[in-house]
Ligand binder design. Structure first.
Ligand SMILES: [Mn+2]
Length: 317
């Protein structure tokens, strides 16, 4: 009795010692490693799902994909197809929107395996904003390895991954169609986001350079598509309605320049049969390769030129 009770603790002691022996330290190390790996994976998951939203203050935005998600397939992969898109963003003074737009679109397009390059066409002259001329500049300045363009508003973020951003072989493809756009619902609307092959864009002679200030340049472009006899295509089978896009524009802060100066009131509804790529005049002030939260883009600062005899309304005062 006394004998066995004395032996038992010894046995336990032996057990404890064997737990500390070299053989088991390997297993403990392995265990620690597993805990560390799982812990760091959890950390990556948590930080990726929230960082952008918190720092910029747009807590309602969808989560930013992780670097791991982005690298799951690369543009060198032949399954991405032969085409490359020049994503052209007419731009001025929308810095906070740009910080959101570039990483969001880069991840969105990568996920859809759309080869792309983002061009921010930044208007730095003192004339009124000219969206159409900036898109013309984007077409001229985009690299030769891109064979189609997306004219894309900086404040419109696609929320539905079923939206097609592929090569618009058959004709212009209006991604931000009137049934899906949060604000504009008229049938002939072609603004917001429109994809065209470079060939089709040239067939239209690009866009008119006569539109200074907000609006109407897209309506004039619709008539160019008709003149060039191009068929317009729009998304089908998208079930998210007017929630398909998130419009991050704050109109109270970024007021639209809707002034109509002098003859502009009458001129804004006219077609411009002559002008376009052929009479575009601009100067490249700088061209910079920029990375925003890991997403690359090219920022091209542009000074547009204005023919005062033709469009005296290019100046705001
Ligand atoms: Mn807007």
């Amino acid at each position: 009795m006394m004998y066995s009770s004395r032996r038992k603790p010894v046995l336990y002691f032996k057990d404890d010692r064997s737990f500390l022996s070299r053989k088991c330290t390997v297993w403990k190390l392995f265990g620690f490693c597993m805990v560390f790996v799982l812990g760091s994976l959890l950390w990556v998951q948590l930080t990726c799902s929230g960082d952008m939203n918190q720092t910029v203050g747009y807590s309602h935005l969808p989560h930013q994909p992780c670097p791991i998600e982005r690298q799951s397939s690369s543009p060198d992969d032949p399954s991405w197809g032969p085409h490359k898109m020049a994503l052209i963003v007419p731009f001025r003074e929308r810095f906070e929107e740009l910080l959101i737009f570039v990483p969001y679109m880069h991840a969105f397009l990568n996920k859809k395996k759309i080869r792309h390059k983002i061009f921010i066409i930044n208007q730095v002259d003192r004339f009124r904003f000219n969206r159409a001329s900036l898109i013309n500049v984007g077409h001229m300045e985009s690299d030769n390895d891109t064979d189609y363009i997306a004219m894309h508003d900086v404040d419109l973020l696609p929320q539905n991954e079923d939206l097609d951003y592929g090569f618009p072989e058959e004709g212009p493809f209006h991604v931000a169609s009137p049934e899906l756009h949060p604000l504009y619902h008229y049938k002939t609307y072609v603004g917001g986001i429109l994809l065209l092959t470079k060939k089709h864009y040239q067939m239209c002679n690009g866009m008119s350079n006569r539109f200074w200030g907000w609006g109407r340049e897209d309506d004039e472009f619709f008539r160019r598509l008709k003149t060039a006899k191009l068929e317009l295509f729009r998304p089908t089978g998208i079930t998210t309605g007017t929630k398909t896009f998130r419009h991050i524009h704050d109109p109270a802060w970024r007021k639209r320049d809707q002034k109509r100066i002098a003859a502009q009131k009458q001129e804004q509804f006219k077609v411009d049969p002559e002008g376009g790529l052929t009479n575009l005049r601009y100067k490249v002030e700088s061209r910079k390769e920029v990375t925003i939260s890991g997403a690359p883009c090219t920022v091209i600062s542009i000074a547009l030129e204005c023919d005062f005899s033709q469009t005296p309304w290019c100046q705001s005062s």
